[in-house]
Design a protein around this ligand. Structure first.
Ligand code: F6R
Length: 242
């Protein structure tokens, strides 16, 4: 696991965007695994800027997203479909037929998980998987170790963390479809972005604690090309280890 120290959120975002850019330049038909949430927004903004300058071309890129809320319509502005279009897809020349996310509107969990796993198999290996990390150490919406796509009951701590995006806690979805840990681990490269003091515990435990399903991000210690870009605040509990 390689840990890259960033000064702050902006620096973290530029560093992550640089790594994704290099991937797309070296392999224009890359498969990018993408995440939502606050952590990668700056990375997407930077990639969009470089695209607008003519430095990047996403025409041949395929994307697979980590997760989507169960029962959430794609046009709902809290959905991860909406998020991805708003922050990234609508601003670059990505082919809409190469964009893949779980379908939150499919009520049949078994069917949707099987469909999304088939999509993941069909696109081939993910070249680089971008990840945020939950305060409790979750990656994707994996609150434990899991294999393939599954429908997960979000923990209280995740519901609490996500309520900032909703008008009230009652509106926060309780369930989500998520790519499995095993699938995440098959990505050729994994890139975690973490910023802020509220991620410090998750970063310390994921990078230096025991590998345990209680901290799903800790599994990344076993990945042979995992990069963590964290700012000073997110690294603030790692002092003894760095
Ligand atoms: C999002 C995802 C989640 C988030 C995590 C951190 O697609 O899979 O694991 O990355 O909850 O969220 P933020 O970045 O909002 O702190």
């Amino acid at each position: 696991m390689r840990i890259i120290r960033a000064k702050d959120y902006k620096d973290m975002s530029r560093k992550a965007a640089n790594i994704i850019s290099a991937q797309v330049i070296l392999k224009p038909d890359s498969v990018l695994g993408l995440a939502t949430g606050s952590s990668p927004i700056g990375t997407y903004e930077q990639l969009v800027k470089w695209y607008e300058k003519g430095d990047l071309d996403f025409a041949d890129v395929t994307t697979v997203n980590l997760d989507e809320y169960y029962g959430m319509k794609p046009e709902n502005d809290q959905s991860y479909h909406y998020f991805m279009h708003d922050h990234f897809f609508d601003h670059v020349n990505i082919d809409p037929s190469r964009i893949n996310l779980p379908n939150g509107m499919e009520p049949d969990e078994k069917k949707e998980c099987a469909r999304y796993d088939a999509v993941l198999r069909s696109v081939g290996d993910v070249d680089i998987q971008l990840l945020g990390i939950g305060r409790n150490g979750h990656i994707g919406f994996n609150e434990f170790f899991s294999k393939g796509t599954h429908c997960v009951d979000l923990t209280e701590s995740t519901i609490e963390a996500n309520k900032r995006f909703f008008a009230s806690e009652d509106e926060v979805p309780r369930r989500a479809y998520s790519m499995g840990i095993h699938t995440i681990m098959t990505a050729k490269k994994v890139l975690v972005v973490a910023s802020g003091e509220d991620k410090a515990w998750a970063i310390r435990e994921s990078c230096f604690g025991p590998v345990t399903p209680k901290v799903p991000g800790s599994i990344l210690q076993l990945h042979n090309d995992a990069i963590v870009i964290a700012d000073e605040a997110a690294l603030s509990l790692c002092g003894d280890f760095l």
